[in-house]
Design a protein around this ligand. Structure first.
Ligand SMILES: [Zn+2]
Length: 203
């Protein structure tokens, strides 16, 4: 009896096996696709440096930062970060990685700015402080601003600034102005000595 039932059940076994193989194939394709997509934007991960070529064409090309999200030194898709001088960006990313080990997160509060944006900031400063002379203590002209040339970055919050003031020179990063604890430039070599602070952006 058992021998006569076997040929009958064989096609059923083959069918079941085929269904199993097909569903396994389906599962593999379906699950591997999002995984591949998730690893694609590696540019923004702390482990890879970005270049200006990564800047998204849709991003605001003014260097203006969005209000609704924080930008980190790894958000190279944003012009404020992506247009930074490559050596400065690399140094800031290295520092940000090490600061993270100390529980400190870097936020870019300003990076590269277009000439137009710098002029707007200066105009706002003149309005706020009443004169160009006073405004210049806080905002440079588009011609002189190291933000426009991509050689300056403003970092927040305060604990990140404290960390960078203490450890920045190990990466060549220096506070420049006594009245701006958030503004950093690459002014020395790794483990070098930072130049003396200037009083403000005007001096
Ligand atoms: Zn600045």
């Amino acid at each position: 009896m058992a021998a006569r039932r076997l040929p009958g059940s064989l096609p059923a076994v083959i069918c079941a096996f085929l269904v199993l193989v097909l569903s396994a194939t389906w599962a593999v394709t379906t699950w591997s696709e999002p995984a591949a997509r998730a690893t694609a934007p590696a540019e923004n991960s702390p482990d890879s440096g970005g270049t200006p070529a990564d800047v998204s064409p849709e991003a605001d090309d003014d260097g203006d930062l969005p209000d609704d999200r924080e930008i980190t030194p790894f958000d190279t898709w944003h012009p404020a970060v992506g247009h930074l001088d490559k050596r400065l960006l690399k140094a800031v990313q290295e520092a940000a990685r090490d600061a993270r080990d100390d529980g400190i997160e870097f936020v870019v509060t300003s990076g590269w700015r277009s000439k137009e944006q710098q002029q707007r900031l200066l105009d706002e400063g003149i309005e706020k402080y009443g004169s160009l002379e006073k405004a210049r203590e806080f905002v440079n002209t588009p011609e002189k601003s190291t933000h426009v040339s991509g050689k300056a970055v403003d970092i927040g919050p305060t604990d990140a600034d404290d960390w960078l003031i203490r450890n920045g020179s190990a990466y060549g990063l220096c506070q420049v102005y006594a009245n701006e604890m958030w503004h950093f430039e690459l002014l020395t070599g790794p483990r070098g000595t930072c130049p003396a602070l200037l009083n403000n952006a005007a001096g």
